[in-house]
Write a protein that binds this ligand. Structure first.
Ligand SMILES: Cc1cc2nc3c(=O)[nH]c(=O)nc-3n(C[C@H](O)[C@H](O)[C@H](O)COP(=O)(O)O)c2cc1C
Length: 174
């Protein structure tokens, strides 16, 4: 049986090196469209997005993170925001935006794009808002970088499953 969701979950990797090929806007819209189908508490859909392909704005954002080389090299960026006027519970809203971002990364993978979730730039989130012309109503959750991968040799590891399971009460018949 084909398991496209499992395959995408396991084979998606963070891609940090991109070719110069631009990313078409309809692909970016498909990625955002997948993001907004994430679950959210009370279905409040607190996420908002800024699409950035402009080279000058990318350079200004690059200056705000240790990962400048990734931001400069990515032909497309999507800044993912939380709209504080839509939020109702900080933890649940942040969980929801995480689910939204994962949908976006998996969709990029399905579209054969590379992508990486950039969190370090949150250290300068006020300056990011200034560059993007946004008020404090919008709280930066992540910057996502997209492009066509220069190569696909990225590797990643996970610890064994047993590491993460604290207890198992009961069980199913063999
Ligand atoms: C909240 C969060 C913040 C991250 N921030 C960065 C970042 O600032 N720079 C970066 O290169 N990767 C960043 N990553 C990507 C992780 O390094 C990457 O997901 C992890 O090493 C596992 O690799 P994989 O995505 O290929 O499975 C971030 C991931 C998450 C979930």
């Amino acid at each position: 049986m084909e398991q496209p969701v499992q395959n995408a979950i396991r084979n998606r990797r963070s891609i940090r090196e991109f070719t110069d090929q631009p990313v078409q806007s309809d692909l970016l819209e498909q990625i955002i469209s997948a993001g907004i189908w994430a679950p959210s508490g009370l279905n409040n859909q607190p996420w908002r997005f800024v699409i950035i392909c402009d080279e000058e704005i990318r350079a200004q954002l690059a200056a705000l993170t240790h990962y400048a080389h990734i931001v400069k090299a990515a032909p497309a960026l999507i800044a993912v925001y939380l709209d504080q006027e839509k939020m109702y519970d900080r933890v649940k809203d942040h969980q929801a935006v995480g689910a939204c971002i994962q949908n976006m990364l998996l969709t990029a993978h399905e579209l054969e794009l590379g992508a990486v979730w950039l969190g370090q730039i949150l250290a300068n989130k006020e300056q990011v808002n200034a560059v993007l012309g946004l008020s404090g109503r919008y709280e930066l959750a992540a910057l996502l970088a997209f492009g066509y991968p220069r190569h696909r040799s990225q590797q990643s590891q996970r610890q064994p499953l047993e590491t993460f399971i604290l207890h198992e009460f009961g069980g199913t018949a063999p």
